[in-house]
Design a protein around this ligand. Sequence first.
Ligand SMILES: [Zn+2]
Length: 283
Amino acid sequence: MPVSILQHRLLRASASISRDHGGLAEVGAGAPLSTGVEDLHALASRNSMVKAAKLTLGATTLDRFVFEGPASGGERIRIGVFAGIHGDEPAGVTAAKRLIYLLAAHPEIGTGYQISVYPVCNPTGIALRTRLSLTGKDLNREFWRGSTEPEVQLLETEIRKGRFNGLISLHSDDTSDGVYGFVRGAVLGKGLLEPALNAAERFLARNINAVIDGFPAERGIITDCYQGILTAPPTVCLEQQPFEIILETPAAAAEELQVQAFLAALETIFREYQDLLSFAANL
Ligand SMILES: [Zn+2]
């Protein structure tokens, strides 16, 4: 795939994103701001496009909500959205939850997609409001290293089985005063993150420091990252490599603004990736 052409086009397209339409973020304002997921199970029971599941290993249960969007011809694009892996970052959990409400209310946003949402990846940490899980582990340093943490094992199984085209993780950083992101995996991810950050900037400033979280950054985009974070399996072959994006909001900002920034970024990624694929199909 001629990635450089695609990226060039993506960057151009991002400059023309309409700023007067509200999009996902405004549509969802006012939905519940809690980290519980029982309301989502209730939603799934009355909406055929959302399927809920409880994944269990020992005493640990993770909730998964899969939105199956309207078909657009061909196989659906599979995206995984992961939040709450650090228990003291509630904005991502709220955004992930609200994403499901919004997709249920406005399924056209997810046309051609199957979006699997894991809103609370660290349930004990969320309950305790701590970064670490109850066992004292930073779960986001445990992936693909033979971890015995049940949350990590459950998620690794999901990621293997899900064969995602893209993985998006939502985090908040208490040392950053702006939004930024990490990009890994497929090269085109960078061309998705740039417009996503543009969209998030409608709500929160971008962190433009040269170094963020100890990594060199270019206008809020970091291409290096920690070992052991939630990613695609290390064994995946190059052609099947998904894009991987980690969105970070400033934890000290108002939670509602963080949620809006996340949702604006997510909506942009969905739209841009769809555009990218249809552009590639016409080459
Ligand atoms: Zn985090």
